[in-house]
Design a protein around this ligand. Structure first.
Ligand SMILES: *Cc1c(COP(=O)(O)O)cnc(C)c1O
Length: 404
């Protein structure tokens, strides 16, 4: 008889690269989760900005089960209807002319960076390979993306890093002016830094990057893995900024919990990915594509996107009320339902300490670096769950303040 797995099995059987919480969730519905003990939690974490429609949303369950009874996988030797429908939908809703499908954010960024290098190589030659990125940025955990990412700890100890990568300061255009030149093939940036601390770009910064890229014939890559698929209140954040990239990457909420990634680009750039230049076994998988199509079509409606903005205001009001009571936050910021609360100086570096307290109170939340409490809930989280989740957060914060 096989035994029910427990948290202790993690330490026995899993590579020790994570330190998960003790509770093991077994079931989710909307913005609520239940663990093995039957304890219930409100979910402000959303699987790190992935569960865009909460847990087991009926629209996604229907798309997945319908496809599960038709066709699971073909490889890239054949195309399939869900992949084609998803690609068309993304093209119709964005600046893009062409889509590359894959299975994760890191893979989408890997494709974007390789595409930029290949495009520059084909049009200008080998010398045009330099990539400008930003300190504190996060672009994934493949070796290329940790190298482009601006948190050196993720690349340390893995041997020689790929060359030709430089880092400027986020929201500081002068730092980019000092780095960009005719050898630059791409500038990669998150319209709002997620892992780096929930830091929205100032509009002039993104517009300035666009202008610099145009001046040096470099490609502007927006990493919208975290900000995309409705998270900020528009399908993609670039649509609110009014600054159009040459390449955009999407994952996380795009699949609502099913692994999928997408790289969007223009015809002009896409040509550099000629037959055989890049690929992925699971890219365009029918199950992933069917779920992502359902997610995109559900999210990209005025009702859902307006609802994100409304919920943003609710989150802010609740967090400000908690702060009036306890004075733990220095700043509350973010866009849509990607919200950060930076700790006040007296609680410097203690955002992490809130998480276990919140969990004990029945709330799942996140951090973005040691000093920012992060929330990335379902885009359709019921208002009652926001109120109840905030009551639980208030109790957790009160315990932090009381030193418990
Ligand atoms: C999460 C994230 C990634 C990496 O996505 P994976 O699916 O974990 O590979 C890349 N960029 C940003 C901005 C992210 O938030």
């Amino acid at each position: 008889m096989s035994q029910t797995p427990t948290r202790a099995d993690f330490d026995h059987y899993m590579v020790p690269n994570y330190a998960p919480q003790q509770a093991v969730p077994v079931r989710g519905e909307g913005s609520r989760l239940w663990d093995q003990e039957g304890r219930e939690y409100i979910d402000f974490a959303g699987g790190i900005a992935v569960n865009g429609l909460g847990h087991c949303h009926p629209v996604l369950v229907e798309a997945l089960t319908a496809q599960a009874n038709r066709l699971w996988h073909l490889s890239n030797v054949y195309t399939n209807e869900p992949a084609l429908a998803l690609a068309r939908s993304l093209v119709e809703r964005t600046f893009a002319d062409k889509v590359y499908l894959c299975s994760s954010g890191g893979e989408a960024n890997e494709a974007a960076l390789k595409l930029a290098r290949r495009w520059a190589h084909d049009h200008h030659g080998e010398h045009k390979h330099r990539i400008v990125s930003f300190s504190q940025s996060f672009h994934g955990r493949t070796f290329f993306t940790v190298s482009v990412g601006g948190q050196p700890k993720y690349a340390q100890g893995f041997g020689p890093v790929p060359g030709g990568i430089v880092h400027g300061e986020y929201n500081d255009l002068d730092s980019v002016r000092n780095l960009i030149d005719d050898d630059t093939c791409a500038v990669m940036v998150e319209p709002m830094q997620g892992e780096g601390g929930i830091i929205p770009a100032v509009p002039e910064f993104l517009q300035g990057l666009r202008d610099l890229c145009d001046a040096f014939d470099a490609l502007l890559i927006f990493d919208e893995v975290q900000t995309g698929a409705g998270r900020t209140g528009s399908l993609y954040a670039y649509q609110q900024y009014g600054v159009t990239p040459d390449i955009l990457t999407s994952a996380k909420s795009l699949g609502g919990g099913f692994p999928v990634g997408a790289m969007l680009t223009t015809d002009r750039v896409a040509k550099a990915f000629a037959i055989g230049t890049h690929g992925s076994t699971y890219g365009g998988n029918p199950l992933a594509s069917a779920v992502a199509l359902a997610a995109v079509e559900f999210i990209d409606t005025p009702e859902v996107l307006e609802g994100v903005k409304h919920r943003h205001d609710l989150f802010r009001e609740h967090l400000e009320a908690i702060n009036r009571q306890h004075g733990v936050f220095r700043e509350i910021r973010g866009m849509g339902l990607l919200i950060g609360a930076e700790m006040a100086p007296a609680y410097e570096g203690r955002a992490r300490d809130i998480l276990p307290l919140a969990l004990e109170e029945g709330l799942m939340a996140l951090i973005a670096g040691p000093n920012v409490l992060r929330m990335a809930p379902s885009l359709v989280i019921p208002e009652a769950d926001i109120a109840e989740g905030m009551a639980r957060l208030e109790r957790a914060v009160a315990r932090l303040v009381a030193g418990q």
